[in-house]
Structure formats: C-alpha cells, structure tokens
Design a binder for this molecule. Structure first.
Ligand SMILES: Nc1ncnc2c1ncn2[C@@H]1O[C@H](COP(=O)(O)OP(=O)(O)OP(=O)(O)O)[C@@H](O)[C@H]1O
Ligand SMILES: O=P(O)(O)OC[C@H]1O[C@H](OP(=O)(O)OP(=O)(O)O)[C@H](O)[C@@H]1O
Length: 211
C-alpha cells in the first residue's frame, strides 16, 4: 500500500519553485496549490498531504513529526538547529547570508548588529572573537544602518538590488543558501520507501547527490 507523505510546504517566495520541482519530478501536484488559501490540501493521487506553512516554521512541523518531510531554506536550518534529517539540496531560492554595512563604516567597540538571524550572527562574530550587541528584527533589515539603529546587519543577499537601492555594501559573505528537503527522523525510517522514492525522483531533476 502507498505510504501517505505529510509535506510541509513553504508559503511565499519559495512556494512556486517548490511546487514546480515536485511537478518536474513526476508528481502531478494540483496547480491550484499555489493560489489556494486552504492550509491543508490533500493530494491522494500523488500520495501526499500538504500543509501550507510559514517558511520559518517548516522545520518545526517536521521536527515534531506532524509533517514527515518539508522544504526549507538553509538559513532557517542554520538559525534553528532543528533535530531533522537534511536529505537533499534542492538548488532553489538561491541566495547568501552576508554581513552588510554602509560604505563608510568604521570599526567601533561593541558594534550593534541587526538581523532576523540572531543565532547565525552571534555565532559568526563569536567565532571571530568580536563582541557585538545583536538586535533581532523581523524584516526590512536594511533600514537598521540607514536610520542609526545598527552599525551592521546580517541578512540575505540575492541580486544585490536591495543593497544597491539603499546605498549599502556587502562586507563579507557568510554562507550560501538554497532550499533543502528535510525529513522527520522517525518518518524517515517508517516511510522510507516513499521518502526514498521522492529523493530519487527529485535527484533526477536537480542532478545533485543526496546529502
Ligand atoms: N532575496 C531572496 N532570494 C532568494 N531566496 C530568498 C530571498 N529571501 C529569502 N529567501 C529564501 O526564502 C525563504 C523564505 O523567505 P522569507 O523568509 O522572506 O519568507 P517569505 O516567503 O517572504 O514569507 P514571509 O513573509 O511569511 O516570511 C528564506 O528562508 C530563504 O531561504
Ligand atoms: O538581494 P536582493 O535580491 O535585493 O534580495 C535580498 C532581500 O530579500 C530579502 O528580503 P524580503 O524581500 O524577504 O523582505 P523582508 O525585508 O521582509 O525580509 C532579504 O532579507 C533582503 O532584504
């Protein structure tokens, strides 16, 4: 009997490319998944049930086992250190985590660093032996150095357009980001056939080795 996979899908910017990847891998995912306001969408024809999650919450659902698998940015995994298996680099939503500042930035004692990723930022500066005050924000991080809230920020850069339009510069790239396929540890054993088949099919589309 086919094992039903409970899948945590990110809403928002990754949603479209994640759906396309599954479709390209041969899963006839309903097209209306993308536009739906429904939060739980059953797709028995492909042996899946989707929950539509806020991207930052995907790994939480998977860790607690209410979803067997999920699609989540490496940024979230680096920030949260969730107890999940990271199975595949899906190669979508590619960007990087960077330290950013004003071009005339000069070193100060205990600089303030604004970010959506306080753990990533703290770890980065701690490893360099630099003492900083980390300020957590939830969006529009680039505002912080412009209005004097912070000396630097740690945030994602994709095209560089946000930096350019706000007169900021990338001081250092910390790590590259793509979306990952993750699995709950128990589900990986109990539903191994279905999860392995999904990985194999996705691999033929993305051409990456399983992590
Ligand atoms: N500029 C970007 N380019 C490519 N990928 C990005 C970019 N910004 C974020 N991402 C990736 O997409 C994921 C989701 O982005 P983000 O956190 O901005 O959520 P969102 O889709 O805008 O939804 P929400 O507004 O609910 O937070 C991030 O975790 C990251 O992996
Ligand atoms: O290099 P770019 O192509 O300009 O992309 C980078 C921007 O994209 C993300 O912001 P998002 O659009 O998610 O908005 P946010 O400010 O709400 O985080 C990120 O936080 C940067 O601000």
């Amino acid at each position: 009997m086919q094992q039903l996979l409970k899948v945590a899908m990110p809403k928002g910017r990754i949603n479209k490319s994640a759906i396309k990847l599954l479709q390209d891998a041969g899963y006839a995912i309903p097209d209306d998944l993308e536009d739906s306001r429904k939060l739980i969408i059953s797709a028995p024809e492909v042996g899946m049930e989707f929950i539509m999650a806020k991207p930052v919450d995907v790994a939480t659902y998977v860790e607690y086992g209410v979803s067997d698998i999920g699609i989540v940015g490496k940024d979230v995994l680096m920030e949260e250190d969730r107890d999940v298996y990271e199975l595949l680099d899906l190669g979508i939503a590619r960007c990087r985590m960077s330290v950013i500042g004003l071009p005339d930035w000069t070193p100060v004692m205990n600089p303030r660093v604004a970010t959506k990723y306080p753990n990533v930022a703290s770890r980065y500066f701690r490893e360099r032996g630099q003492q900083v005050d980390v300020i957590k924000l939830n969006g529009s991080i680039e505002l912080a150095p412009l209005i004097g809230l912070a000396d630097r920020i740690v945030d994602m850069v994709e095209t560089g357009r946000t930096l350019q339009e706000n007169g900021l510069v990338e001081l250092e790239s910390i790590f590259p980001i793509t979306s990952r396929l993750i699995a709950n540890r128990v589900s990986y054993r109990m539903k191994n056939d279905a999860i392995q088949q999904l990985c194999d099919r996705l691999q033929t589309v993305i051409g990456e080795p399983v992590l």
